[in-house]
Design a protein around this ligand. Sequence first.
Ligand SMILES: [Cu+2]
Length: 154
Amino acid sequence: MQKTTRLIIVVLVVTVLAIGTVALLFYEGIIKPPTQSSSGKTDYFTIIEEDPPGALAGMNGSYYKNAAGPPWPVLQVHVGDTVVITVMNNKSSFEPHGFGIDYYLPSPGLTLSPGQSHTITFVATEAGSFRIYCTIECSIHPLMQNGELIVSAS
Ligand SMILES: [Cu+2]
């Protein structure tokens, strides 16, 4: 075999392996495709969940709000924004809590043990009001059903 032919074969093999590796990393979710934000804006939120008597009991203190009153917590974004929400079940909690958002993170959503946190990222593609709620039966469940994500049409 000629030297040039051997070199071409080596280059081809290395190229195929490199493409295969990148494809595998995408497939395994290690490399993520860029999120399609059309507004170029990113909105960051933190939701703390915990049991009473913590100051933020429920979701960001929803335990202390009237369950029939206005929604709490309320997250406001615009269509096209990238939304980054970090949800944490405070380590002072004695039980798991859940987290869901109608349409964007439907039930079963997230389940977080005491001390666990999780960050979700999505693009707000759909305008409207979406309920934010706990997805698992916890001891203060009714007081964690009335959050709201408001996605305004730009
Ligand atoms: Cu619950």
